[in-house]
Design a protein around this ligand. Structure first.
Ligand SMILES: *[C@@H]1O[C@H](CO)[C@@H](O)[C@H](O)[C@H]1NC(C)=O
Ligand SMILES: *[C@@H]1O[C@H](CO)[C@@H](O)[C@H](O)[C@H]1NC(C)=O
Ligand SMILES: *[C@@H]1O[C@H](CO)[C@@H](O)[C@H](O)[C@H]1NC(C)=O
Ligand SMILES: *[C@@H]1O[C@H](CO)[C@@H](O)[C@H](O)[C@H]1NC(C)=O
Ligand SMILES: *[C@@H]1O[C@H](CO)[C@@H](O)[C@H](O)[C@H]1NC(C)=O
Ligand SMILES: *[C@@H]1O[C@H](CO)[C@@H](O)[C@H](O)[C@H]1NC(C)=O
Ligand SMILES: *[C@@H]1O[C@H](CO)[C@@H](O)[C@H](O)[C@H]1NC(C)=O
Length: 706
C-alpha cells in the first residue's frame, strides 16, 4: 500500500512536470528597433501555436531585458558585450549560451592591432614617444566605442592630469604631447564649437591628415581604411586598426611589401603581418544570447538547433534573434559573464582603465527612487561606452531640494521643469546648461483661455477679472506679468505686487500670503492645481480666464471625458484670447525642461558636462545609430513616463529649439528678467509719458492757431 502510494505520487509529479515543460514556454525578451526593424509584430504571433517552446516578451530596450531576466519575467535575450559589462557591474547574473556570429570562423566581431613601419625604429612601446600616429578617428561610435578607439593610447601614452583642463582635453593633450604628430579625424567632442576650438589648440593631432585644417570624417585618412592608408602612404609610423582591415589592405594593394610593416604586440615584441597567430591588443566580442541560470541549458539547446534551414516557430525565433548575424554558435558550456569576457583579450581591462586622481564626477540630482534607478542605468551605460567624467546619481526629495543641493555643492546638475526655472535662477543662482527640446506641438505655449461666450476681448478687459493660474511663479505667471507690463496695464515696480492688484479674486496655487493683494485666493489649491486645475477652475465657473499651455486644452478635454461618464467637454468650450489678427495669439513658449547648474561653475566644467550630456543624447537619445538601443533616455523606465527627462524630448541642445529653423516668437527665457526691466525702465517711462503730454499739448496749440 505504502509503495503503491509512493508510486502514484511519483507518476503525478512526473506528469505535472511533463505538462509544465510542455505548456510553459520560454520567454524571449524582444527589443524592437526603429523603422524597418519592428520585428515583434511580424514574428511574435507565429509563436502562439501550441508546439512552440518560446514566446515573446516585448521590452523597451536591452537593459530593460536585462532587468526582466534578473526579475524572472523573461528567460533569455540578445545582448552586446557592452551590455554584459553593464550586467556584471550591476551584479545581474546571466549565462551566455550562444554567440550570434556573422561568420562561423571568426572568434570575435573584430580584433584590433597596432601596425608599425619597420623603418621607424620602433621595437617596443618605449620607442613610441615622438613617433607619428595614424588613428581611425571618431564618428562611428556604435560599433567602435571610445573604449576600443582609445585603448592603445590608454595603454601607451603618459596620461595628463592637469586640473585646469577638462578630462577630454587632458586625453587629447596627452596624445598630442606624446606623439610628434597624428591624424585623428572626426568629431572629438559633440559640441561643434568646442570641437573646432580643441582642434586649433591641438593641431598636432590633425597634422598627418589629408586636410589638417578640416580634420573631419571626410578626410582620406579617417576611418577603418584611412588609418592604414595614412601608414602606407608614409604619413605615419604606426597605425591602430582592425586586423581584418589590415589583412584586406595589405592583401589587396599590390606593390606594397608587407615585410616593411610589423605588428607591435602588447608584450613589446614585434611580429610579421603574416604571423599565423597575430598579436591582438583588444577584441570586440560578438553579440550573444544570454539566459537566466535556471533555464540556460534548455535555452542553449533550443537556440543551437536554429539553422538557416529551420521552419515553423523555430524559424520565427531565429528571425527574432538575428540582427545582421546569421550563424548561431554554441558556447562550449553555458558560461557566466565574467569568465566569458575574461577570454576576450583586453576587453575587460579596456573597461577598467583608471583615470586621474581624484576622479572627476558629475553628480546628477534625482527626485525619487525610481528616477534614481533610471539614472543609475544611464550611469552604467555611459561608463561602458567610455563617457567621461563619470556620472553619479544622488537622490533628493523633490526639485526644490535638488536646487538647494546644487547651491550647497552636494550635486552638480538638476533637470528643472520650465515652471521652476525662474525660481532656480532667482533663488538658487542656477543657470541653464542645456534644454530638453521638443517638437512644436509638445512645447509649453502660453495662451489666455476664456469661455466662448465671454465678453473679454482684450487684455485690458482682464482688469479685476478672476484668473486661474497653474502655479505661482511658473511660465504662465511670469509670461502674463511681462505681457501686462509691455501693454502698460501694470506699470509700477515691483511688478509682482502690481499684478496681484490687477486681477480680482483668483486661483494661483503657491501665491505667498503677503503678495495676494486684490487677487486673494478663491480656490482650494489641491483641486485647482496645475494645468488641468487651471482649466477646471475656468470651466467650473470659478474663474473668468485661465493661463495655460495651448496643448493642455486638448489633453484636459480628453482626460475629463475619460474620467467622468457624464462629462461632455469639447475643445470648442474654450476660446483662446487673441487681440490681434496679425500677431500670433500665444504669449510665450518654453521647452519642457532644462538641465541647470550652479551659475558660478567654471567654463571648463560647463564644457565637460555639456559634452557628456550631448554624447549621452547621441548614444541613448532618439537618434541612436544601432539597430536596438541598450538604454532609452527619453522614454519610459519600468513602465513609468517622464523620469529624469521628458519622454517627448527630441534632443538636448544648448539652445531651446530642436531645429535651427524653428523661429517661433516670444521665447520664455526672454521674459525672465522682467523685474529688472521694470526698474530700469522706470525713469525712461516717466519721460516717455512726459513726451506724450508735450505732444498732445503741441497738437492742441496748433489746433487753436488754426
Ligand atoms: C539543416 O541543415 C543542417 C546543417 O546546416 C543539417 O544538419 C540539418 O539536417 C538540416 N535540417 C533539415 C531539416 O534539413
Ligand atoms: C519640496 O518639498 C518641500 C517640503 O519639504 C516643499 O516646501 C517644496 O514646495 C517642494 N517643492 C516642490 C517643487 O514640490
Ligand atoms: C559658487 O556659489 C556657491 C553658492 O551658490 C558657493 O558655495 C561656491 O563657493 C561658489 N563657487 C565659486 C567658484 O565661486
Ligand atoms: C547668489 O549669488 C549672489 C551673488 O553672487 C549672492 O550674493 C547670493 O548670496 C547667492 N544666493 C544664494 C542662495 O546662494
Ligand atoms: C551669474 O553670474 C554672473 C557672473 O558670474 C552674473 O553676471 C550673473 O548675473 C549671474 N546670474 C544669476 C542668475 O545669478
Ligand atoms: C513676502 O514674504 C517673503 C518671506 O516669506 C519675503 O521673502 C518676500 O520678500 C515678501 N514679499 C513682499 C512683497 O513683501
Ligand atoms: C517706479 O515709478 C513708480 C511711479 O511711477 C514709483 O512708485 C516706484 O517706486 C518706482 N520704482 C522704482 C524702483 O524706482
Amino acid at each position: 500500500m505504502l509503495s503503491f502510494g509512493r508510486f502514484v505520487t511519483c507518476t503525478i509529479a512526473a506528469l505535472s512536470c511533463l505538462s509544465l515543460v510542455y505548456c510553459e514556454k520560454y520567454k524571449f525578451c524582444m527589443v524592437d528597433g526603429k523603422g524597418g526593424y519592428m520585428k515583434s509584430g511580424r514574428y511574435c504571433p507565429n509563436l502562439d501555436i501550441a508546439e512552440s517552446k518560446v514566446e515573446c516578451v516585448v521590452a523597451l530596450d536591452r537593459l530593460d531585458c536585462l532587468r526582466r531576466l534578473s526579475k524572472g519575467t523573461a528567460d533569455f535575450s540578445v545582448f552586446t558585450a557592452e551590455d554584459l559589462v553593464t550586467a556584471q557591474n550591476s551584479k545581474i547574473e546571466v549565462l551566455v549560451t550562444n554567440e550570434l556570429r556573422y561568420n562561423a570562423k571568426d572568434n570575435y566581431e573584430y580584433e584590433v592591432v597596432a601596425v608599425v613601419n619597420n623603418n621607424a625604429g620602433i621595437k617596443s612601446k618605449h620607442d613610441l614617444k615622438g613617433k607619428r600616429f595614424c588613428h581611425p578617428g571618431y564618428g562611428y561610435e556604435t560599433d567602435w566605442t571610445r573604449i576600443l578607439a582609445n585603448y592603445f593610447e590608454a595603454s601607451v601614452v603618459t596620461p595628463s592630469c592637469d586640473t585646469d583642463l577638462t578630462i577630454t582635453e587632458n586625453r587629447i593633450k596627452a596624445t598630442a604631447e606624446f606623439f610628434e604628430a597624428s591624424c585623428k579625424a572626426g568629431p572629438w567632442v559633440n559640441n561643434p564649437s568646442l570641437n573646432i576650438q580643441l582642434k586649433q589648440k591641438y593641431a598636432h593631432l590633425c597634422e598627418l591628415c589629408g586636410n589638417p585644417s578640416k580634420c573631419s570624417i571626410n578626410d582620406e585618412y579617417w576611418g577603418r581604411r584611412g588609418s592604414l592608408l595614412c601608414l602606407t602612404d608614409g604619413a605615419g609610423d604606426i597605425s591602430w586598426a582592425r586586423l581584418d582591415d589590415v589583412k584586406t589592405h595589405f592583401g589587396l594593394q599590390s606593390g606594397l611589401v608587407p615585410d616593411q610593416y610589423s605588428l607591435l604586440c602588447p608584450d613589446d615584441s614585434l611580429m610579421p603581418l603574416t604571423a599565423a597567430e597575430p598579436c591582438i591588443w583588444v577584441v570586440k566580442p560578438w553579440p550573444v544570447v544570454a539566459s537566466r541560470r535556471s533555464v540556460a541549458q534548455e535555452i542553449q539547446e533550443i537556440v543551437s538547433s536554429l539553422s538557416p534551414n529551420v521552419t515553423g516557430w523555430r524559424q520565427s525565433v531565429l528571425k527574432l534573434l538575428e540582427t545582421s548575424y546569421t550563424v548561431v554558435k554554441k558556447v562550449d558550456s553555458v558560461e557566466p559573464i565574467e569568465s566569458y569576457l575574461h577570454r576576450a583579450t583586453g576587453f575587460l581591462s579596456a573597461n577598467s582603465f583608471s583615470g586621474c586622481h581624484p576622479p572627476r564626477t558629475i553628480n546628477i540630482c534625482t527626485t525619487s527612487i525610481i528616477e534614481n534607478a533610471k539614472c543609475a542605468w544611464m550611469r552604467e551605460s555611459a561608463a561602458v561606452y567610455g563617457l567621461e567624467p563619470d556620472l553619479e546619481c544622488i537622490k533628493a526629495d523633490n526639485t526644490t531640494h535638488c536646487m538647494v543641493a546644487l547651491n550647497q555643492k552636494a550635486a552638480d546638475i538638476v533637470m528643472v521643469p520650465s515652471d521652476l526655472v525662474h525660481r532656480a535662477e532667482k533663488e538658487y543662482n542656477l543657470t541653464t546648461l542645456f534644454y530638453e527640446t521638443v517638437n512644436v506641438d509638445e512645447k509649453y505655449i502660453t495662451v489666455a483661455v476664456t469661455k466662448p461666450e465671454s465678453n473679454i476681448k482684450t487684455f485690458a478687459d482682464l482688469r479685476g477679472k478672476k484668473a486661474c493660474f497653474p502655479v505661482y511663479d511658473g511660465v504662465a505667471w511670469n509670461t502674463v506679468k511681462k505681457v501686462l507690463f509691455d501693454k502698460q496695464l501694470i506699470k509700477n515696480c515691483p511688478l509682482e505686487k502690481e499684478i496681484t492688484n490687477f486681477f480680482g479674486p483668483s486661483c494661483t496655487p503657491g501665491l505667498p500670503d503677503n503678495l495676494s493683494g486684490s487677487m486673494k485666493k478663491t480656490c482650494q489649491e489641491d483641486t485647482f492645481n496645475g494645468e488641468f486645475g487651471a482649466l477646471q477652475c475656468l470651466s467650473s465657473g470659478a474663474g473668468d480666464v485661465a493661463f495655460v499651455s495651448r496643448n493642455s486644452i486638448k489633453k484636459f478635454v480628453s482626460s475629463e471625458n475619460e474620467n467622468s461618464a457624464n462629462s461632455k467637454l469639447k475643445i470648442e468650450d474654450f476660446k483662446i484670447l487673441c487681440e490681434s489678427k496679425t500677431k500670433p495669439c500665444h504669449l510665450s513658449w518654453a521647452p519642457l525642461g532644462q538641465g541647470m547648474i550652479r551659475n558660478n561653475s567654471t567654463d571648463l566644467w560647463k564644457k565637460d558636462t555639456l559634452d557628456v550630456f550631448l554624447r549621452l543624447d547621441n548614444l541613448f537619445g532618439k537618434s541612436y545609430q544601432s539597430l536596438t538601443t541598450p538604454f532609452t533616455m527619453f522614454g519610459k523606465y519600468d513602465g513609468k513616463s517622464d523620469l529624469l527627462f521628458h519622454d517627448a524630448t527630441i534632443r538636448l541642445r544648448s539652445v531651446a529649439t530642436s531645429k535651427d529653423f524653428d523661429t517661433m516668437v516670444y521665447p520664455y527665457k526672454d521674459f525672465l528678467n522682467v523685474d529688472t526691466m521694470c526698474i530700469n525702465s522706470n525713469a525712461s517711462r516717466i519721460s516717455f509719458n512726459g513726451y506724450v503730454l508735450l505732444f498732445i499739448a503741441a497738437v492742441s496749440v496748433r489746433f487753436c492757431f488754426n
